[in-house]
Write a protein that binds this ligand. Structure first.
Ligand SMILES: [Zn+2]
Length: 251
């Protein structure tokens, strides 16, 4: 929007509008309502169309000195140092929108046309599928699935007074592209996550035992030729995520 009258452009917003934006949330379902959390939050049984899937990433959840410098204090630094690369390593995640939520990052996969949930069976099915799709990134395990909300761009997060801003424009994905990510996570969970987080199918030296030997990603497990033997998926997440209880609460 542009206005030739610079005097009008420089006018501050009315205070009342600003207050309405403080801690506003944006639903990712039905009519994508924006408002106070207590007014827009819905139970899964009241969600009839899914417009987006959310990944909530907060810097305090990550090791301050992970194997790839994850854990920078600011959301922008976390995005630039790591998350930007993670998203580029999968064709569906590459289309994500990224918002600075205040203290953290909201990665949003916008789905167009939205997925229609016409029956309770479909609601249950997609509630489960979304949880699986969300494990493609090392999110807070306590993050809600289909019922997660984001914060609208321009709103204020009262936790630190920061404005929610757009860090990366996304483009909508299709239901098929969500299903592709779901199938990758179901059939090849270790390989899929390993490739997203490292961009590779093998790493040398193995970042877990650090014995100098190679770690190779197979479909469902990793194989280390050093001290680890077989490596499970949680061990890869643990390279990035702090242990539970050893983190501050984010957004
Ligand atoms: Zn190892």
């Amino acid at each position: 929007m542009s206005n030739p009258n610079t005097e009008i452009n420089s006018c501050p917003e009315p205070e009342s509008e600003k207050y309405e934006l403080i801690d506003a949330r944006e639903a990712l379902w039905n009519d994508q309502e924006i408002g106070p959390i207590q007014e827009i939050q819905k139970d899964g049984s009241c969600i009839f169309s899914v417009h987006a899937i959310l990944y909530d990433l907060d810097p305090p959840h990550y090791h301050p000195t992970g194997i790839m410098n994850v854990g920078d204090a600011t959301p922008q630094a976390l995005y630039k140092s790591m998350v930007k690369k993670w998203l580029s390593h999968h064709p569906t995640l590459a289309k994500s929108e990224v918002r600075k939520s205040g203290t953290g990052l909201h990665i949003i996969l916008q789905i167009n046309p939205p997925i229609t949930l016409g029956t309770s069976n479909l609601q249950d099915l997609w509630a489960e599928k979304i949880k699986v799709v969300q494990t493609a990134l090392p999110i807070d395990p306590d993050q809600p699935g289909m019922t997660a909300v984001t914060r609208p761009i321009g709103s204020i997060n009262s936790k630190n007074g920061a404005q929610v801003t757009l860090l990366k424009q996304g483009e909508p994905v299709s239901e098929d592209q969500i299903n592709q990510l779901f199938e990758d996570m179901k059939e090849r969970p270790f390989l899929t996550v390993f490739k997203i987080l490292t961009g590779k199918e093998r790493l040398s030296p193995c970042p877990i035992c650090k014995t100098g030997k190679e770690l190779v990603a197979l479909d469902k497990i990793g194989k280390c030729y050093g001290g680890c033997g077989y490596v499970k998926l949680y061990q890869v997440y643990d390279l990035f995520l702090r242990p539970r209880g050893d983190k501050q609460k984010g957004v």
